[in-house]
Design a binder for this molecule. Sequence first.
Ligand code: PAF
Length: 283
Amino acid sequence: MTVFKNKTDLIAFVDTLKSKRNTLGFVPTMGALHQGHGSLIRKGLEQNDFVAVSIFVNPTQFDNNEDLVKYPRTLDSDVNLLNEISEEKIIIYAPTVEDIYETNVLSTSFSYDGLEHEMEGKFRDGHFDGVGTIVKRLFEIVRPNTAYFGEKDFQQLMIIKKLVEKHDLPVNVIGCEIHRTNDGLAMSSRNARLKPAYRKAAPFIYKTLKLAKEKFDAKSANKVTEWVTKQFAKQELLELEYFIIADTKTLKTAKRKSNQKSYRAFIAVYADDIRLIDNIALN
Ligand code: PAF
């Protein structure tokens, strides 16, 4: 399996694939790959001739330098996992920071019609500018037909769809269901950093989301939010940053329930210094 470290070689390779009328799927990642990524890649392989996987810890989307420094970097085991999925049909692009940003490690400022100001946008300054910058750049280099993103980062998925629409990028964006471990924890590269006691406590997040979904049938968004907040106040190891019930289209916090709208609950929790996010469709 070839690992491309620079865009010039990758661009030439993709040119050849395209000249032979192959279709290309794309799964952008920051590495530390797990079965959640595996499921996106498998979906890509079902729907395309080849799948490109980028592995790049993008510095401009981190609002916290310690998180950037500690983010797991596991290229060798990532390549092994990809080899197990397919040796012939996967192309890896693992660029250096210079290959992507040259000497200017800065993000462009984007407007996503307000989606960027909700939830993660309130807690992670500049995060979605960094995500938009890298995803747009990767789409321009890789030129996929279809790109696959997990719904764990549901707000990111919505923002990328908006980026594609506003900039007229010729990429089809597909959202894929959250992949969970047997105890319900949403798969994330950050899970590998959880100390055992925090790892044991973390499935409480999804358990609470499922109960919140049940309660939402009969109770208001406010009442459910109060209930969730109380449950987390009793948890010693998990610190709730936010729990929000939002309109799935606008991501704005739901005030009054309407049968015409669809809602989703979003949560961010600290387990020690590891920030975990998750979400669930409510109706
Ligand atoms: O979801 C991620 O892993 C990252 O935000 C992405 C989309 C690869 C951009 O760096």
